[in-house]
Design a protein around this ligand. Structure first.
Ligand SMILES: CC(C)(COP(=O)(O)OP(=O)(O)OC[C@H]1O[C@@H](n2cnc3c(N)ncnc32)[C@H](O)[C@@H]1OP(=O)(O)O)[C@@H](O)C(=O)NCCC(=O)NCCS
Length: 167
C-alpha cells in the first residue's frame, strides 16, 4: 500500500460555544469536548484509510484551561502514526476569544482507531508519511506510546480476569 501524507487527512473543526454546551460556571462540558475530539479524529482516520473505523482507545485527556460560552472552540486532528490495522490520531484543542483574536491551547490527546474491512474484522491501513517537523516528532515517538498503551490494555484484561474469578 502506498504511503499517504499527513496533509491528505488533516481535519479542523471550529464551533461557537453556546449556553447549551456549558455547565453552571459558563464553561464547556468536558464530555462535549471529548465528543468533538472523537468525531474529528474519526473523520481524520476514515480520510486516511477510506474504510469504516472504530475507536480502540483514547489516551488521557488533560483539560488545561476552561473554554467559555461565546468563545470559539477548535479541534485539529492528524494521523500521527500507523501500524498494521491501527492509526494513532493526534488532536489539539484550542479556544479563541472572538473579540481579541487571542488563541490558547486548552488540551491535547491521542486516540487509536482501527479500520474494519467488509467482514467487520481489522483491515490493513496505508502507512502515513509525516511532512512537517511537528508531524515527524509525533511519528518518531509513537512506538513508545503504543507500547505503553498495549501494556495498559493487558493490565486491564488481567484485572478483569482477577475480579471475575474473585466474585
Ligand atoms: C478495537 C477492536 C476492533 C480490536 O479488535 P481485536 O480483535 O482486539 O483486534 P486485534 O487484537 O487484532 O487488534 C487490532 C489492532 O487494534 C489495536 N488495538 C486493539 N486494542 C487497542 C487498544 N486498546 N489501544 C490501542 N490499540 C489497540 C492492536 O494493536 C492492533 O493494531 P495493529 O493491527 O495496527 O497492530 C475491538 O476491540 C473492538 O471492536 N472494540 C470496540 C470498539 C468500539 O466499539 N469503539 C467505540 C466505543 S465503545
Amino acid at each position: 500500500m502506498n504511503a499517504k501524507p499527513v496533509s491528505a487527512s488533516r481535519t479542523m473543526m471550529t464551533d461557537l460555544v453556546l449556553p447549551s454546551d456549558a455547565n453552571v460556571y459558563g464553561t464547556i462540558f468536558g464530555g462535549k469536548v471529548m465528543a468533538y475530539v472523537d468525531k474529528i479524529a474519526s473523520i481524520t482516520a476514515m480520510r486516511h484509510c477510506r474504510m469504516p473505523v472504530v475507536t480502540a482507545s483514547t489516551d488521557s485527556f488533560n483539560f488545561l484551561a476552561p473554554i467559555h460560552v461565546g468563545e470559539a472552540i477548535s479541534v485539529e486532528a492528524f494521523v500521527a502514526w500507523t501500524h498494521n490495522t491501527s492509526m494513532e490520531i493526534f488532536c489539539r484543542i484550542e479556544c479563541e476569544d472572538l473579540m481579541t483574536g487571542q488563541r490558547k491551547e486548552t488540551g491535547t490527546s491521542y486516540l487509536t482507531f482501527v479500520a474494519l474491512g467488509s467482514d467487520g474484522k481489522p483491515a490493513l491501513v496505508p502507512p502515513v508519511e509525516p511532512e512537517t517537523d511537528e508531524e515527524k516528532w509525533h511519528f518518531e515517538t509513537a512506538s513508545l506510546r503504543r507500547k505503553q498503551r498495549l501494556a495498559a490494555r493487558q493490565d486491564h484484561r488481567q484485572q478483569r480476569q482477577t475480579r471475575q474469578s474473585e466474585t
